[in-house]
Each structure stands twice: as structure tokens, then as C-alpha cells.
Design a protein around this ligand. Structure first.
Ligand SMILES: Nc1ncnc2c1ncn2[C@@H]1O[C@H](COP(=O)(O)OP(=O)(O)O[C@H]2O[C@H](CO)[C@@H](O)[C@H](O)[C@H]2O)[C@@H](O)[C@H]1O
Length: 662
């Protein structure tokens, strides 16, 4: 019987014979009786080698301790020794000859091992290639994309994904992070509804085809059949769940009469369908299988971890899967009357996971017991890990002010709670190529920006005044975004020599106010009520200042877009805004200044106006400082690749631990 080291060396010998460029194929090496036993890919990087390679070691698990593995390898030699180590993965070498290596020794003998090599098929009696996809993800030819050392099968579950559906930042994130992860070597599926509302936007789904797989979902007192549509684009499997309840005028969540009354039903369907998708959909010829990672976004997807724990694992399914809840906005939790629990297709004994009791002050009448179900809470107590979209927000939600009633539960899970700042789609938001704007510009030649401004003034019917500071706001007209502050500040702000343009839709009272303000301040104010992506690009490019007085802001994308377009953000010092906008300091760097915008606090009309006035003064009187602000913002590194690398670390941590709910 070979010793452990022999086996490692033998496998590495094979690895060296393989010439690898990328690392998409997964090869299995089987020993003894040809049985390949796949075990969890649960690794934590221990060291980064000087030559760029990684050394990984799996944490020892109590019930598998008997076959301790004693050496650390780096692909060519033993570099360390340890007791009681069970599994090891050897990461890449710079020359790409070994992508990774994974052993599962037991009682001193090797039953199996898994090696990740490159994209070349190896014909060897002990090796067979499995589940390698031939398709390459889109990218600039010849451009080296960073690749992950350990790849996963990732299932995004989301109520929106741009360009198919978008009402806000959730759509942006779920439209671009999956592409970035796929480019790094992961197999990625995004599951979201196939919304059809009878407008031109329906054609975004034209590339998705019915894959003739149907699933029957028992819920809401009956059985619902859903279909799956699929499009493979940019290296990602975009899967759209189809059901009649997704076909209606309006946006994904509501119409002019408000939120749909059956949203809990619609998103319950989404979650059940998403749990089935990896098991049954033969995408590119292969299902994703059970050993996958669910990234569940906000409350709409939050039943997924509960279903994994309550519906699947008791039957031995998804035992090796993990789930991560990504919180984009804690203010929306999917709270419904307790009586609806029986509709969700969950076993009765799992009621506690979703149980929610409103505090006395929040109850509506004396007989109201406050009993409810809270879908987001269900994910908080069952997901393996929790992420938010910035570090500051991940801290804020564990405090009573930011926790929306969930701060204690979130605090209890602090050890698995992290914040990762969103990236942006730098191809869509690029002032030197943007198809929506009047003139292109870049950090090297800013001259096009003022043309974007005058074109915007012309389009909006405002006086064409290139020197007049122009302030913009883009976003959902919602309490979160601090529209009430803008409303209160407007009479005073309109006494200054500025122009102000707002784009947004949402709360009818703010829409009404925007229309009224337009007639009160004809030469200075424009309020565009509606959702319009090209206009949002033109405002971002044309304005000098972007205002974001958000009450709370989990990350915020508009300030990131603004900085990329040389538009200076003036923001409330909260959540992701405080993490991404660096306050201007005119005295730093021997008077050449530092910072990318202005942050104000507290959240009051006075402090917002005072920040805006400092900004407009700087714009008028300190041109070189202004240009410095613009350039530092434009230079910021906001690509998704940065964030994707941090997501990968969270994936590794998720697989190190056993499932949170077994
Ligand atoms: N009327 C309109 N017309 C055209 N485009 C419009 C628009 N209104 C909004 N948008 C666009 O929608 C996106 C909004 O992004 P935010 O980050 O501000 O979003 P939101 O609060 O929805 O998202 C939540 O999720 C995101 C993603 O994680 C977090 O950044 C954020 O803090 C959190 O509240 C931007 O792309 C913006 O341009």
C-alpha cells in the first residue's frame, strides 16, 4: 500500500505532465477499486507562497480524525509538517502546471483523491474528466482573467437581474457579479422570474428558451407548475422561472396601485423552483448537482436556506450544499400574517424559523397578538453565512438603529457576518464609451463632460449655462433615500445659483412633489418621474454633483457611478456611502488636496445644505481642487473582480464549516 506521501507525489507527477492554461476542468483520480469518493471542498488558504502559489489545508473534522495527514505540500516538496491533518489541497504554481490537489486519506490509506488540472483532457486509466464545459466565458481575447483556485457551482437566487429585470441596485449586482464569478472559473447559474409586462422590456427575455422541464410545487393549498427558460450568456446560465403570476403589467413587485398582494406566493414559487434547478436542469448537458452554493439575495430568495434545511436535508439531499444570505436591504423582510405559514410548503415543525412577533407598540389593536412570519428572518437563522454589501452596513445592522428589529439575531451570527462592497459594471458605466451620453471623456481629457452638461440642460429645457453648478439625484423615491430632506431643503437651495435635476419613481407623494417643484422653479429644477436607464447615464455624466442624503445605504451604486464619471458625490455619512466616499480635505498633500467628495452628518437639512454649499463654492472658486476631486474619483478601483475575490473567501469559509443546520 502506498504511503500518503507516495500518493501525493504520484499524483503530482501526473499533474506535471498536463499542460494547463485555464482551469475549468475538474478531473477525478480514483484509487483502489476505481471508486471515486468526492468529499467537501472545504479549504482555507494558509499561506500565499512567494511565487504566487497557494498552500491550502483543510481544517480537521472530529469524526474524520482517524486518518491524519501529516504534511503540507506546495506542489513540489514538503514544506511543513503537522499532526492530525486530514485533507490538503495544493494550489497553483505560477507556470500553471498544477491547479489544485485534494486528498482524502483515511486510516493511512487513500481511497480517492481529486485533482483540479487545466483544460487539457488527460487519458489515463486512473483519471476521467467530468463536467468540464467547453464554452469559454466572454472576455477580451488574449486578456488574462484572474482565476479562482477552488471553483464552485454557484446558484444566485434573486428577484431581479439586469438587464432582464431591474428596479434598483439588486438588479445591477445580480446582473454583473455572476459574470465576474463565471470569468474566474466558477460554474454560475442565476435563477430569477421571467417577468412579462406587455411592454418593450419583454424582449430582453427573447434569448431565453423553454428547456421543457416542469416542476410541480406544492404550496398555497394547491400544486403549481412552473417552467424554466434558459439563456447561456457571458459564461453564466441565466435561468428564468416561468409562471402566470409573473406575467402582468407593472414592475417586479407592484404597479401604480402599490405592491402586489401575492408577492409572498410569487417568491415562494421562485425559491422552490430555485432549489430544484440544480438537481434537474441539464444545462450544457450536465446538472449542477447537489454540491453547490446558493447565494440568496434579500427576502425574496430567503426561503431557500430554510427549504434546504427543512425539506431537502432530512431526505439526504443537499447535505454538502451551502447557502449564503446576501442582504442588500434590511428594510424589506417579507413579513406576512402568521396564518400564511401553511402556504409556504414547509413542514409545520419549522414554524419557529420564520416566527415573528411584533412588539406591542407595533400592533394595530388590542386583540392583535403581533404573530407573523418573517421570511428574511428565516434565512438569517438557517443560512450558513451572511453577507451585506458594505462593511459599515454589516456593523450597522447589528445595532438597534440599523437592525430593523433583526439586530439581535444578526448579532448572534456576527461570527459568520461580513461586508463586501459592491463593484460596478465598468463596461456599462464608462464615460469614454457610454452610448447614452452626448460626448465621451476620460481622466486624460475631461473636455467632453461639459458638453454632456449642456446637452442635458438642453434636453431638460433648462437654461444652457456651462458654469452653473448642476446637482443631480437618481434613485427610488423612498424613505430610505432621504427624499424628504431634499424636499425640505429645496426652497432654500433654490435661492442659490444652481440647477437641480431629479430622476426617480416610487412613493406617489414624492412623485407629485417633483412635478410641483418643476413648475415652482422653472429655470432651476427638473423632476423626471419614471425609470429610465439612458437618462440616468446622462444625469450621471452631465451633473457636477450627485446628492445622496440616504437615511441608510447598504452600499449605494450611484455614488460609484458618479465618481467614475467625474461627478462629485455629496452623501450622508452612512453605510456603504461612508466606506466609498472619502471626504475632501483641501489642505492635505501640501495643498493639493485629498478625497473624492463630501460626507455630511448628522442627517439634517442644515448639514446637507452646508455640504452642498461648500461643494458649489469649491466648484466655482477652486477649479484645480475640483479637477483633483474629479480625477481621484475617476481613478478609483471599483471593478467587480475585487469584490468577487472577497466573495470567494466567503465561499471558502462557508465550506470549511459543516452546514449551519444539518
Ligand atoms: N428612476 C430610475 N431610472 C433609472 N435608473 C434608476 C432609477 N432609480 C434607480 N435607478 C438605478 O438603480 C440603481 C440603484 O442603485 P442603489 O445602490 O442606489 O440601489 P437600491 O437602493 O435600489 O439597492 C439596494 O441594493 C444595492 C445593491 O446591493 C445597494 O447598493 C443599495 O445600497 C441598496 O439599498 C442604480 O443603478 C440607479 O441608477
Amino acid at each position: 500500500m502506498p504511503s500518503s506521501i507516495d500518493w501525493v507525489m504520484e499524483a503530482l507527477q501526473i499533474a506535471r505532465t498536463v499542460t494547463c492554461k485555464s482551469s475549468l476542468d475538474l478531473l477525478k483520480i480514483s484509487r483502489n477499486s476505481g471508486v471515486v469518493r468526492q468529499v467537501g471542498f472545504a479549504f482555507a488558504p494558509l499561506w500565499r507562497r512567494r511565487d504566487g502559489g497557494y498552500l491550502f489545508l483543510r481544517r480537521s473534522v472530529a469524526d474524520r480524525n482517524e486518518g491524519g495527514f501529516r504534511s503540507f505540500h506546495d506542489g513540489s516538496s514538503t514544506v511543513g509538517e503537522g499532526e492530525d491533518l486530514e485533507e490538503i489541497i495544493v494550489g497553483t504554481k505560477r507556470d500553471g502546471s498544477v491547479f489544485g490537489f485534494h486528498l482524502n486519506p483515511r486510516s493511512g490509506m487513500f481511497e480517492s483523491g481529486i485533482a483540479f488540472f487545466g483544460d487539457k483532457k488527460v487519458v489515463d486509466s486512473n483519471i476521467d474528466a467530468v463536467s468540464g464545459r467547453e464554452e469559454e466565458s466572454e472576455g477580451v481575447e488574449g486578456e488574462e482573467k484572474p482565476q479562482s483556485r477552488v471553483t464552485h457551482k454557484i446558484i444566485f437566487v434573486t428577484a431581479e437581474a439586469a438587464p432582464y429585470s431591474k428596479t434598483g441596485g439588486l438588479g445591477d449586482v445580480c446582473g454583473s457579479l455572476p459574470i465576474s464569478l463565471a470569468a474566474r472559473g466558477h460554474r454560475v447559474m442565476v435563477v430569477s422570474p421571467r417577468y412579462l409586462n406587455g411592454t418593450a422590456s419583454d424582449k430582453t427575455f427573447a434569448g431565453a428558451h423553454d428547456i421543457e422541464c416542469r416542476v410541480k410545487i406544492p404550496c398555497f393549498g394547491g400544486v403549481q407548475e412552473v417552467a424554466f427558460f434558459h439563456e447561456y450568456r457571458a459564461g453564466v446560465d441565466w435561468v428564468f422561472v416561468d409562471h402566470l403570476s409573473y406575467h402582468r403589467p407593472g414592475n417586479p413587485y407592484g404597479d401604480s396601485y402599490g405592491a402586489y398582494g401575492d408577492n409572498q406566493f410569487r417568491f415562494t414559487l421562485l425559491c422552490h423552483a430555485a432549489c430544484e434547478a440544480p438537481l434537474i436542469l441539464p444545462l450544457g448537458g450536465f446538472t449542477y448537482g447537489e454540491k453547490c452554493l446558493f447565494l440568496v439575495n434579500d427576502w425574496h430568495a430567503s426561503l431557500v436556506p430554510v427549504l434546504l434545511a427543512a425539506k431537502y436535508r432530512p431526505h439526504g439531499v443537499y447535505k454538502d450544499a451551502r447557502s449564503i444570505l446576501v442582504i442588500h436591504n434590511l428594510a424589506h423582510q417579507g413579513v406576512e400574517a402568521a396564518a400564511t405559514y401553511k402556504n409556504l410548503g414547509l413542514p409545520l415543525e419549522w414554524y419557529g424559523a420564520l416566527e415573528w412577533v411584533f412588539p406591542t407598540w407595533a400592533r394595530t389593536h388590542a386583540l392583535d397578538t403581533g404573530q407573523a412570519v418573517n421570511v428574511l428572518k428565516g434565512a438569517i437563522v438557517t443560512a450558513d453565512r451572511i453577507l451585506t454589501v458594505s462593511q459599515s452596513y454589516s456593523r450597522e445592522i447589528t445595532a438597534v438603529e440599523g437592525g430593523y428589529g433583526l439586530h439581535e439575531l444578526l448579532s448572534n451570527r456576527k461570527n459568520v457576518l461580513n461586508g463586501i462592497t459592491n463593484g460596478i459594471d465598468v463596461a456599462e458605466w464608462n464615460p469614454s464609451m457610454d452610448e447614452h451620453i452626448a460626448s465621451h471623456y476620460s481622466i486624460h481629457d475631461l473636455s467632453g463632460k461639459v458638453q454632456c452638461k449642456t446637452a442635458l440642460q438642453k434636453e431638460l429645457g433648462l437654461p444652457i449655462r456651462p458654469d452653473c453648478p448642476m446637482i443631480g439625484f437618481i434613485g427610488r423615491l423612498d424613505y430610505q433615500k432621504g427624499i424628504d430632506l431634499i424636499q425640505s431643503a429645496m426652497p432654500e437651495l433654490m435661492q442659490d445659483d444652481v440647477q437641480f435635476v431629479m430622476l426617480g419613481s416610487g412613493d406617489p407623494q414624492y412623485e407629485e412633489w417633483m412635478r410641483a417643484a418643476e413648475s415652482s422653479y422653472r429655470d432651476k429644477f427638473r423632476g423626471w418621474v419614471g425609470f429610465n436607464v439612458p437618462i440616468s447615464h446622462r444625469i450621471t455624466a452631465g451633473c457636477d454633483i450627485l446628492l445622496m442624503p440616504s437615511r441608510f445605504e447598504p452600499c449605494g451604486l450611484n455614488q460609484l457611478y458618479a465618481m467614475r464619471y467625474g461627478t462629485i458625490p455629496v452623501v450622508h455619512w452612512t453605510g456603504g456611502l461612508r466606506d466609498t466616499v472619502e471626504n475632501f480635505n483641501p489642505y492635505a498633500q501640501e495643498g493639493s488636496g485629498q478625497g473624492t467628495g463630501w460626507t455630511f452628518s448628522p442627517l439634517s437639512v442644515e448639514s446637507m445644505l452646508s455640504a452642498l454649499r461648500v461643494a458649489t463654492l469649491t466648484y466655482r472658486e477652486h477649479k484645480s481642487s475640483w479637477e483633483g476631486l474629479m480625477k481621484r474619483g475617476m481613478e478609483r478601483e471599483n471593478t467587480w473582480d475585487n469584490s468577487a475575490a472577497q466573495y470567494e473567501r466567503a465561499f471558502e469559509w462557508a465550506f470549511i464549516d459543516p452546514p449551519f443546520v444539518k
